[in-house]
Ligand binder design. Structure first.
Ligand code: ADP
Length: 487
């Protein structure tokens, strides 16, 4: 039995902006079921304070601010994993998202917010927060926690550290002035300002703290682990990652099949499984009704859910939408939010093709489940994709994924042309609109052949991308990290 501390900036269902939130909820839950003592540290955002009850104040820590930081304890809904919330009201008790304000701009004090969060987490990791619990392993996640391994490395003894990269594109890079400010306000150690530590081309990089100082690194798919060691995907950190290749692992995220299971999904109008795929059509009807599209069982319905940003290949989709909708008898529904230019471009196409296309801008767990439950195909042409969860949900929901071959998408979607006996979707490599259009058109052709289509759907639904296998791989890298720290 291991004592494992997860430190992260989001965890579903309390607060989630993307796949990170899903992973930080389901991986600890799986490890707990395997008999490990797992705890989680999160910022006490306003939304969590409002939703999570009961909360008990278990410690206060003096971090040199005008007030003491409180640590509040609760338990994660569903999994009962204990969670410690770092309650610093000026930093976290505000309206808006975890990283951006209500206008969509980054919080101007993000560096201070996550530096403070990491400093308190360091105390917890060293059992200096009067919580009477000493983890063996600390698993940090993404740039918001990159400072933690950099802080812990100066201590002996200390827990082993694993740093998980969910997306290398977001690095938390700040100016030297910001570093100076953090030094003065939060007593960040001077040693961090060094190219051997968190200095990155004259800037202060939170991500680099994790990449340099954690005992073991991992990312969320084997292919993305390879890709981030190249200049194309490495954002200037590929040299460092290549240098650490022996300590860098790729472990696929699992899908949480307790939440994403079409047989039990409470959001769905009609539950179904591999033996009752025909029941899926009732969900399609509900979706068509919701979006005020013509109610037709026979028409191929394409769906897309996700952040509307460059990464997700929004520009590729927008480049082909007019032609696709003009040429084919299809329906296309989109749920997402992100860059304003993409939000308005998708909305405009929906206006122009109101009989065929519908768009909802915003975040809706409910509608995301309905789209997975009701559509025939799921479009995910990401330019890069560390793992991707939506294609995994799509597979389980019999919604055939059409993806670009990158990162976790390449590791999980097998194209119909490549290996029909195992195929579960369609994929393409070239980052061009025509490659996407051709691939969707290939899928539309196969859709007409009901026997072939059903085979594809069944092969997708049969695949097991649960956490069971991946959680075991996390335990393996925890052992490796322990081996390094105990050497
Ligand atoms: P990323 O982490 O890059 O955003 P993933 O595919 O790994 O992409 O995970 C995205 C998660 O967030 C999925 O669970 C997806 O359903 C959810 N999601 C993204 N955008 C929305 C939205 N607008 N409404 C509901 N869920 C969303």
């Amino acid at each position: 039995m291991k004592k494992i501390l997860f430190i992260a900036s989001e965890a579903a269902p309390l607060v989630k902006t993307g796949g990170l939130g899903d992973v930080v909820s389901s991986l600890p839950s799986t490890l707990k079921k395997l008999g490990h003592d797992v705890r989680l540290v999160l910022p006490a955002y306003r939304i969590i304070l409002a939703d999570l009850q009961p909360l008990t104040m278990v410690a206060t820590i003096d971090m040199g601010l005008e007030y003491s930081i409180r640590i509040l304890q609760g338990t994660m809904p569903d999994s009962s994993v204990p969670v410690w919330l770092i309650d610093s009201p000026t930093h976290f008790d505000r309206d808006g998202g975890p990283y951006i304000d209500i206008n969509g701009d980054d919080w101007p004090d993000n560096a201070e917010r996550f530096a403070l969060f990491s400093l308190v987490a360091e105390r917890i990791a060293l059992n200096q927060a009067k919580l009477n619990w000493q983890p063996d392993i600390v698993n940090c996640n993404d740039w918001q926690t990159g400072l933690v391994p950099a802080l812990l490395v100066a201590h002996t003894p200390r827990p082993a550290t694993v740093f998980t990269i969910h997306n290398l594109a977001y690095q938390g890079i700040y100016s030297h002035d910001t570093f100076k400010f953090l030094q003065q306000r939060l007593q960040l150690p001077e040693r961090l300002w060094s190219v051997e530590s968190m200095e990155f081309h004259g800037m202060f990089s939170f991500m680099k703290g994790g990449l340099i100082h954690a005992d073991i690194l991992n990312t969320v798919s084997p292919t993305y682990a390879e890709e981030i060691c190249t200049t194309e995907f490495g954002y200037g950190l590929d040299g460092l990652l290549t240098h650490r290749r022996e300590q860098l692992f790729g472990i696929l995220n699992g899908a949480d099949y307790t939440t994403w299971n079409p047989a039990t999904d409470p959001y769905l109008h009609s539950n179904f499984d591999i033996d009752s795929i025909e029941k899926k059509s009732a969900n399609k009807k509900v979706l068509q009704n919701y979006f005020k599209l013509p109610i037709r069982a026979d028409i191929p319905m394409l769906g897309m859910v996700g952040r509307l940003v460059e990464q997700k290949g929004c520009d590729l989709v927008l480049a082909i939408l007019d032609e696709l909708l003009n040429k084919h008898d299809i329906q296309f529904v989109v749920l997402g939010s992100g860059e304003k230019k993409f939000e308005s471009a998708f909305s405009q196409v929906a206006k122009n093709f109101s009989e065929k296309m519908a768009v909802q801008i915003g975040f809706s767990e409910d509608l995301a489940h309905h789209i997975e439950g009701g559509c025939d195909m799921f479009i995910m042409p990401s330019r890069f994709e560390p793992c991707g969860l939506n294609q995994l949900y799509s597979l389980r929901y019999g919604t055939v994924p059409i993806v670009r071959q990158t990162g976790g998408l390449a590791d999980t979607v097998i194209d119909d042309n490549v290996d029909p006996a195992q195929a579960n979707g369609f994929s393409f490599y070239d980052q061009t609109p025509v490659a996407l259009l051709n691939t969707i058109e290939r899928a539309l052709l196969v859709f007409k052949d009901k026997t072939r289509w059903t085979t594809l759907v069944q092969q997708g639904m049969n695949a097991d991308y649960s956490w069971n296998h991946s959680a075991q791989q996390y335990l393996d890298i925890y052992n490796k990290a322990l081996g390094i720290v105990n050497k």
